[in-house]
Design a binder for this molecule. Structure first.
Ligand code: ADE
Length: 233
């Protein structure tokens, strides 16, 4: 799998891939990363990539020419699925991460300033995604958030595929709480059932705790789960 980041700020992205699981996955050649900077495609003599908006309004907009030329060049190199992170996109969820993990090449186009000329989006976007109802200063963080969530679903990236199957959002309920060693820390103990080693009782307790946690943090998700399971009965 390949990720291309179309960004004015490559430095903001690079660091994330230099350590930990994603570094190892790159070393194992499970995915590759590259970058395109629209500034390098700007025909303006000062390499400008933004301007005031047509029709007025606050802030600067990324103009069409540098992005059109960047994305044409990208598409000329081969088949690529193009994603624009934007607060007006549809919410990015775990199912999107799983679905997109099957693509060979994804590009993320990061806007800065007040946004990207709509004609660029209309011409090149395969999908628009928001990572939450708040406004960030650019698309770099959302691109990284989505990349990380996608890569966890690429075969071989996580050492142990069990850890993926049991995660929150892989099942209808949130994941049960986990406890690291030692079992007793500063007077606070892991649940005693976890310590006794009876796996069916541990698993029953984990299901009950998952349900409690979902009820507290995501009540609407628990209701959906209960509706679904009562239909199945
Ligand atoms: N760009 C700025 N804010 C964003 C958000 N919440 N999601 C995706 N892209 C964005």
């Amino acid at each position: 799998m390949r990720f291309t980041y179309v960004t004015l700020f490559q430095n903001l992205i690079e660091g994330y891939f230099q350590d930990s699981i994603l570094r190892r996955a790159q070393d194992k050649e499970l995915f590759e990363v590259d970058y395109l900077n629209p500034r390098e495609f700007s025909t303006n003599r000062h390499q400008k990539v933004d301007d005031t908006a047509v029709g007025g309004g606050a802030g600067m907009v990324m103009t069409p020419q540098p992005l059109f030329d960047t994305l044409r060049e990208l598409k000329a190199r081969g088949d690529v699925y193009i994603i624009f992170p934007t607060p007006v996109g549809k919410p990015f969820v775990q199912n999107d991460a799983k679905r997109l993990a099957k693509k060979k090449h994804i590009a993320f186009v990061s806007g800065r300033y007040e946004g990207i000329d709509e004609r660029v989006i209309e011409t090149f976007a395969d999908e628009l995604f928001s990572i939450g109802d708040y406004i960030l200063t650019g698309g770099e963080l959302p691109s990284l958030v989505m990349s990380d969530a996608i890569l966890r679903n690429v075969e071989g990236v996580l050492g142990n595929s069990d850890s993926l199957a049991m995660e929150s959002f892989e099942t209808p309920l949130l994941e049960a709480p986990s406890f690291g060693k030692p079992p007793l820390y500063e007077g606070s103990s892991a649940p005693s059932e976890y310590l006794k080693g009876n796996h069916s009782r541990i698993s029953a307790l984990k299901s009950a705790l998952s349900e409690c946690k979902t009820k507290f943090f995501r009540p609407e998700q628990l209701l959906q789960h209960q509706k679904r399971t009562s239909y199945e009965k």
